[in-house]
Design a protein. Structure first.
Length: 326
């Protein structure tokens, strides 16, 4: 769409263009299309982009990603699609996975794909977005939301987090982590948008929670109490919890659970350890506890996750091919 942000348009190409299987074959085909016939599309920069594919390309997509635009017109002002945009979106097949980066969520919302569902967008737009689309459950504190067949991300670089998550969901942690390393970004960012909202700059002498997080990561297999983490920074539990939320965007308990889920995923994918042993090594204690946390975070059991993403066999660590279209 006109007014698109080149950086955000480039995110899907960079992230989905990297993954390959053991035989060097690309796991995704990435195709860019315009909402009108092939030709130039204006950006918010001092250059235009020539797009070789028109909206009919959307009919071939397994995944459609809508990047942000600063010229959404009635979509942004009134929450309704233009005739041109509605005609373009009509090419999308039922069952296609949909995703948005930043204000691209307005397009999905105006098209009715988010009614009654959770969604996020850039924190600066969240209140306005909620007023315009009151039927959507807006969460401005997270970097992205995965609601199955519809995924939304916060602003700008959160699109990287979303696309890496989609690669992880499609093909496993090992492949997603490899893409992250090659892109020189963390495979998983802690916290949410709360850490990026403007607040007074802290005193440089003010202690952080970095040491406590590093200490906890080295002991995920052990029981870790909030008091233990606070002691690493010589803070009271109350001060540590407040400082942790300011820096990470979530509570220490939520963060620990996230890290343990990631550890369990890695062990299930890359080792032959029993589910009980994985649960102990990841710090869940019991297989039942790990099963509950993985079910809540991923929607699958440990056994199903391992069967789907186990690295081995054909060496790919993935369970299906998918196409991503930006």
């Amino acid at each position: 769409m006109d007014g698109l942000l080149p950086f955000e348009l480039g995110i899907p190409h960079r992230i989905f263009g990297r993954p390959k299987d053991a035989r060097g074959r690309h796991l995704y085909e990435v195709v860019t299309c315009s909402i009108r016939p092939p030709g130039p599309v204006e950006t918010d920069a001092d250059f235009a982009i020539h797009v070789a594919n028109g909206p009919e390309t959307l009919a071939t997509a397994d995944t459609v990603i809508v990047p942000a635009s600063y010229e959404l017109g009635p979509v942004f002002d009134e929450g309704v699609l233009t005739d041109e945009l509605a005609a373009a979106l009509a090419h999308i097949r039922p069952g296609t996975r949909l995703a948005s980066i930043c204000t691209g969520v307005y397009v999905l919302a105006a098209a009715g794909h988010l009614d009654g569902r959770p969604a996020t967008t850039h924190w600066a737009d969240a209140e306005r977005f909620q007023r315009l689309f009151p039927r959507i459950k807006v969460d401005a504190d997270v970097l992205f939301i995965d609601d199955g067949d519809v995924l939304t991300s916060a602003g700008v670089a959160a699109g990287i987090d979303l696309c890496l998550h989609m690669v992880r969901r499609d093909h496993g942690t090992a492949i997603a982590n490899d893409v992250a390393r090659r892109t020189v970004v963390p495979p998983h960012r802690d916290g949410g948008q709360a850490q990026y909202i403007h607040r007074p700059v802290p005193d440089p002498q003010q202690a952080s929670t970095t040491t406590a997080r590093a200490w906890a990561l080295g002991r995920l297999h052990e029981p870790i109490q909030l008091r233990d983490m606070a002691d690493q920074e010589a803070m009271s539990v109350r001060t540590f919890t407040r400082r942790f939320r300011e820096e990470v965007g979530i509570s220490p308990g939520q963060w620990l659970t996230q890290q343990r889920v990631e550890r369990a995923r890695h062990l299930l994918e890359s080792t032959d350890l029993s589910v009980d042993q994985v649960a102990r090594d990841a710090g869940f204690g019991t297989a039942q506890s790990m099963r509950q946390h993985l079910q809540a975070a991923l929607g699958v059991t440990p056994t199903t996750y391992r069967r789907t993403f186990r690295i081995g066999g054909d060496g790919s660590g993935h369970h299906r091919d998918a196409d991503a279209h930006a």
